[in-house]
Structure formats: C-alpha cells, structure tokens
Design a protein around this ligand. Structure first.
Ligand code: SF4
Length: 189
C-alpha cells in the first residue's frame, strides 16, 4: 500500500481521536507504563560527567544494572532536561568496556595491568611527594630582598563540575597544604 506522509498523518490523527473517544487517557497509560518499567528499582541522584554545567540526573538501578536515566526535575540547573551528551551517559554504567579498576603501565611496558586502589593511591601520593620535594621553592629574591616562599610551581590542581562544595573545600585545603597556587576549576573554562 502506498501511503503519503499526509495520508499517514491523517491515519495517526484519526486513530488518536478514536482512542480519545473510547476513553483512553494517554497520560495515564504513559504513567502506568513508566511505573511498571521502574517497579522494584532503586532511585539515585547523580551528576552528568561530561561538561561543566553539572546537570543532575535521576538513575534507576535494578539487579545491579542501570535501567533508566533521566534529568532530575528538582535540579535548579537543568530542571529535568538533559542534552544529547547527558542522555548518552545511560550506556556507560552497563558497558562491558567500562574501566572499573585503576590501570598501571610500567615504564617501558606496552601493557596496562589492573592494580588495586591502595596501590594506585600509594603510587600517586609517592609521585606528588617526589615532585613537591624536587621543585620546592623555599625562598624568592625580589629586588635584591629575600622573601619566604614555601611553595611548589610544579603541581597544579583541576576541579570538576561533579565536585560538591564539601569536596571543593577539602581539595582546595589539600592543595594549599601541598603548597601550590595553581588551583583551577573546569567550570571556569
Ligand atoms: S547534560 Fe549536557 S549540558 Fe548538562 S552537564 Fe551533561 S553535557 Fe553538560
């Protein structure tokens, strides 16, 4: 059967009219379908990891799998909406390509090997300490006068839109203790 676009719209329109006449409430049907789909799922809130807007998400998890992801209507940032990148995040948690443990590539090696979080944290902490010690600026001479500096210019820190205020406070404090002035945030880029 040949059906033009105009004919198709007529058929769809008249079907909708017929359903409405018979007492179908499309909104109720949609809500019931959504309830059924999310039955038994646990709801979590999360934040989109893609850009600095930090849109909030509602995530529904069932049997250890993400089964639904949508914009959080309570968020003052995105008010329930997500852009195409945010929506595509729904495929990441269940992907078999997702990296779930830290990976380490030894010097000279062409292979990545999984390591524990303890090992990864210890390696990163060791590198930070090594870099800090090697590039520590004890004092600076300006116009012939020596000033105490107590800082390193070799370490910088970049925060992300996913960090809440509390994390930002702790990170900022940690960077001051480490002695770097270079603290930036993704949202300013
Ligand atoms: S949903 Fe889109 S706009 Fe919002 S944080 Fe993610 S990438 Fe950015």
């Amino acid at each position: 059967m040949d059906l033009s676009r105009r004919d198709l719209l007529k058929v769809v329109g008249s079907t909708g009219l017929a359903m409405a006449t018979l007492g179908f409430d499309a909104k109720k049907v949609k809500a019931a379908t959504a309830d059924f789909k999310l039955k038994g799922a646990k709801e979590y809130t999360s934040i989109c990891t893609f850009c600095s807007c930090g849109c909030s998400m509602l995530c529904h998890v069932k049997d250890g799998k993400l089964i639904n992801l949508e914009g959080d209507p309570d968020s003052i940032i995105n008010e329930g909406a997500l852009c195409s990148k945010g929506v595509s995040m729904s495929v990441i948690p269940n992907s078999d390509q997702r990296v779930k443990t830290p990976l380490y590539r030894a010097p000279g090696s062409d292979k990545w090997q999984p390591i524990s979080w303890e090992q990864a944290i210890s390696k990163v902490a060791g590198k930070i300490k090594q870099t800090r010690d090697k590039h520590w600026v004890d004092a600076e001479v300006i116009d012939g006068k020596e000033y105490k500096a107590n800082r390193t210019d070799a370490i910088a820190f970049m925060g992300g839109a996913q960090n809440p205020n509390e994390e930002c406070y702790l990170m900022s404090k940690m960077m001051r203790l480490i002695g770097t002035d270079y603290v930036e945030h993704q949202a300013r880029l």
